[in-house]
Design a protein around this ligand. Structure first.
Ligand code: SF4
Length: 335
């Protein structure tokens, strides 16, 4: 393995930070001073779903701590290779709601566009870890078909940029698509589902802010943050810029065994999100994707956690505990 010099996260472009992301378990162990740790043997899952960890996220992982809650979200585990009953490669049956490449239409008023086939960070519990991205990589003509699909359905009032990581797409393409969507009269909102402000906060740059500000649509950014340690000064500053541009900021987390499955961590996460201007929105039960069963929490335990949270903090800091079930017309809110 070749040791690399870590790039400065403050002077490097987001594209370079993404290109330079750690992409092998060996590099990750080396960067964290964990060479020789028994965990270094448990890397076979990397072949199925590669490691991707960018420098800004790496900087928040404690060196030498194999139990760091951020590390456990990105480190392949031998448990991922076990087949578990009740878990499958498409837990939300999204392939049944995929009428056009790049478009998923599950709910009445909104559609989701899979803009990118890759992420700036690979989360081991990802419910789209087996998603057929190759079949969902539209060219320009197919994007025109997607736009026509939306244009011909007046009940659609919201479009969601998703992925992979939608903000891994360059701003020129995002600006073009957003401009096209702004021209569809019945659309009201553009929602962006992203983990980029956590993975590479430098992504919130002038070009991104320009096309967001230019949109006629109300822009809602749903950030994906699971643990208070994921919020650092760069992320908070990026969020403040987005707020200044009129973007509504919400957060969705996944409840993960050994990472955020205790009340203190969940409260600290909500407190820090709210202080950064981000409303805690959803706490999801894990989608039962093959390879992620070791992260799952029993439903009754999740409900007990959220009930205790309610007794210890203000209501607006308690996210809705939600579960998505394949084929249902909305998420189910629990507790
Ligand atoms: S950022 Fe989101 S889509 Fe990408 S790997 Fe993580 S959970 Fe999956």
């Amino acid at each position: 393995m070749i040791a690399r010099t870590a790039p400065s996260v403050h002077t490097t472009s987001w594209q370079q930070l993404l290109r330079d992301a750690i992409r092998t378990p060996d590099e990750l162990f080396h960067a964290l001073g964990l060479e020789g740790h028994p965990m270094a043997e448990q890397i076979s899952a990397h072949q199925e779903f590669p490691v991707v960890v960018p420098a800004p996220y790496l900087a928040r992982i404690e060196r030498g701590n194999p139990e760091d809650p951020l590390l456990l979200q990105v480190l392949p585990d031998v448990a991922e290779m076990q087949l578990t009953e009740g878990y499958n490669s498409d837990p939300l049956s999204e392939r049944d709601a995929n009428p056009l490449p790049g478009l998923i239409h599950k709910y009445h008023n909104r559609v989701l566009l899979t803009l990118a086939s890759h992420c700036a960070i690979n989360c081991r519990y990802c419910f789209r870890r087996h998603f057929p991205y190759k079949e969902n990589a539209p060219g320009r003509q197919q994007w025109l078909d997607v736009l026509e699909y939306i244009r011909s359905r007046p009940e659609i009032d919201e479009v969601i940029y998703s992925g992979g990581e939608p903000l891994a797409v360059n701003d020129q393409r995002l600006a073009w698509l957003s401009q096209q969507l702004s021209g569809i009269p019945h659309l009201k909102r553009l929602r962006i589902h992203t983990r980029m402000p956590i993975a590479i906060p430098q992504r919130v740059n002038q070009e991104l802010r320009q096309w967001i500000s230019a949109s006629r649509l109300q822009v809602v950014m749903v950030i994906h943050c699971n643990h208070p340690n994921e919020l650092d000064t760069d992320t908070v500053n990026a969020c403040k810029l987005l707020q200044r541009d009129g973007v509504t900021l919400l957060n969705q987390s996944v409840l993960l065994r050994g990472i955020n499955d205790n009340v203190s961590t969940l409260i600290e996460l909500s407190e820090r999100l709210f202080a950064a201007g981000i409303s805690p929105y959803y706490l999801h039960l894990l989608d039962k994707v093959q390879g992620a069963a070791h992260f799952d929490i029993e439903r009754h335990q999740a409900i007990a956690l959220i009930d205790e949270m309610r007794t210890r903090c203000s209501g607006y800091l308690v996210p809705a505990l939600a579960q998505e079930n394949a084929g249902m017309k909305s998420k189910t809110v629990l507790g």
